[in-house]
Every structure is written in C-alpha cells, then in structure tokens.
Design a protein around this ligand. Sequence first.
Ligand SMILES: [Zn+2]
Ligand SMILES: [Zn+2]
Length: 104
Amino acid sequence: MKTRKLEIACPQCGSANVFYSCTPNCCFNHVCSECGTTFEPATSAKGGFVKGVIPPDPLPDSTEPTAECAKCNSTAVYLMEDGGLVCGKCGALLTLELTEIAPG
Ligand SMILES: [Zn+2]
Ligand SMILES: [Zn+2]
C-alpha cells in the first residue's frame, strides 16, 4: 500500500504550513507558521492492521509533521490514499488527535 507524508492542518487557522519544532525523544510540539499556534498530535489505534505499507518517497524530513504510533511508538506514521493514518512500522490503522493546543 502506497502512503504519503503526514499532513496536519493547524487546528486554529487550518493552514497546512505546520512544522514539527522538537524531537521525538522530547515532545511532539508543532507550530503553525501562519498564526503561531502550537499543538501536539497524538494517535489512537483505530483497530485493524494493514500489510505492506510502503513509506513515502522521499521520506519526510525532520521538520515535517510527525506523530507517534499508539501501538509501537514508531514515528513512521503516514497517510494512506484514503486519507487515513497508518503506521509504516507495525501497520496499525490510527486516528489523529490534536492536543495541547495553544493559540498563537
Ligand atoms: Zn495556524
Ligand atoms: Zn506502529
């Protein structure tokens, strides 16, 4: 199954110009370059797994939106063609939630 890079829209203004401003061993703080809102994405398992997840090519770089798999803690979380989230490592189907929203 082909995937593409995770995209997260700003919960405040809807902009897709959202950057990951920290590192996975610290936190998942993201910042919106349009309005300065910060937030942290979190995932929860939707139930079910898919096999043969193909990571996006090229892989996202370290400032692109990143979330952690609720099942295996991998940050290889990608978007499927239907817009759903999937873990590239364990194949878990995931749903995205935004937490710690602090309007800029
Ligand atoms: Zn924004
Ligand atoms: Zn996983």
